[in-house]
Design a protein around this ligand. Structure first.
Ligand code: ADP
Ligand code: MG
Length: 258
């Protein structure tokens, strides 16, 4: 099992909590409020799928959680500790969070195993032998143990994305953030990556998944959240939100996908 050990053994509340989170971007004197007021709780072991139109702020929300963006207002807590506190040790927060983006962002000139062990060795000061052993475990986990010494370019897009997931898992994160991880892949490669995420979810990993794959959302989500107007406009079980949406905006969004 991956992920449960760190996940809020002490905290009875949600593993992750966002309250009144606001994020805007100001360019050329114009302010674009992307997240107006986000309230969201994610329990340990829960898989939350975020859906919403392109530009609705799904990526921004994940980037705020990983402290890649500074929120304008509001509070985010992870495992009971406020991570939006300006005095927080950002590296220590990020060590608890694995993030995978649409483009896999592997270092092209390094082998798969070096890609996975780089941060543990350099940032987290794990002994190289131990880091490599852990990386091999993660490659087993994502079904690519024989690719340890391959270069990213020698792998398919789906395999590269599975390496990126292995890299994100290597610190044993309490929370995984997955941002449209299949949207850059050829359709025939999407299935393997989605299957892997489904397995992680069943193993008890806590995840927030941004996706436009509604079939996948239906399969793995414990809860689906529809982001619109800078807020979680509607949320509930996949059956409810995807099958019988209550809000007109949710209905319109889903109708456009069909
Ligand atoms: P989604 O992931 O739902 O497609 P994003 O979070 O990527 O949406 O973007 C939401 C909005 O925030 C968009 O209007 C985008 O242009 C804007 N945005 C995101 N990042 C930045 C940034 N660094 N600077 C300015 N605007 C940004
Ligand atoms: Mg996005």
């Amino acid at each position: 099992m991956i992920g449960r050990e760190d996940a809020g053994a002490s905290a009875p509340g949600p593993l992750l909590s966002l309250r009144g989170v606001r994020k805007s971007f100001t360019t050329h004197g114009h302010t674009n409020v992307v997240l107006r007021s986000i309230d969201l709780d994610v329990a340990a072991g829960e898989c939350v799928v975020l859906i919403g139109a392109s530009g609705s702020g799904k990526s921004t929300l994940l980037r705020c959680v990983n402290l890649l963006e500074t929120v304008d207002d509001g509070v985010i807590t992870l495992d009971g500790a406020e991570i939006t506190d300006p005095r927080v040790a950002v590296d220590r927060v990020r060590a608890k969070i694995g993030i995978v983006f649409q483009a896999y962002n592997l270092f092209p000139h390094q082998s798969v195993i070096d890609n996975i062990t780089l941060a543990p060795i350099r940032v987290h000061k794990v002994a190289p032998a131990q880091a490599r052993a852990r990386a091999m475990e993660m490659l087993e986990r994502v079904g690519l143990p024989d690719k340890a010494h391959a270069r990213p370019d020698d792998l398919s897009g789906g395999q590269q994305q599975r390496v990126a997931i292995a890299r994100a898992l290597v610190n044993n994160p309490a929370l995984m953030l997955l941002d449209e991880v299949t949207s850059a892949l050829d359709p025939e490669l999407v299935g393997d990556v989605l299957d892997l995420l489904g397995e992680l979810c069943r193993d008890g990993m806590t995840m927030i998944v941004n996706t436009h794959e509604m079939t996948f959302a239906r399969q793995i989500a414990d809860r689906v959240c529809f982001l619109h107007g800078g807020e979680i406009h509607e949320q509930g079980t996949p059956e409810d939100v995807l099958g019988a949406p209550q809000q007109e905006r949710t209905q319109q969004f889903l109708a456009r996908l069909r």
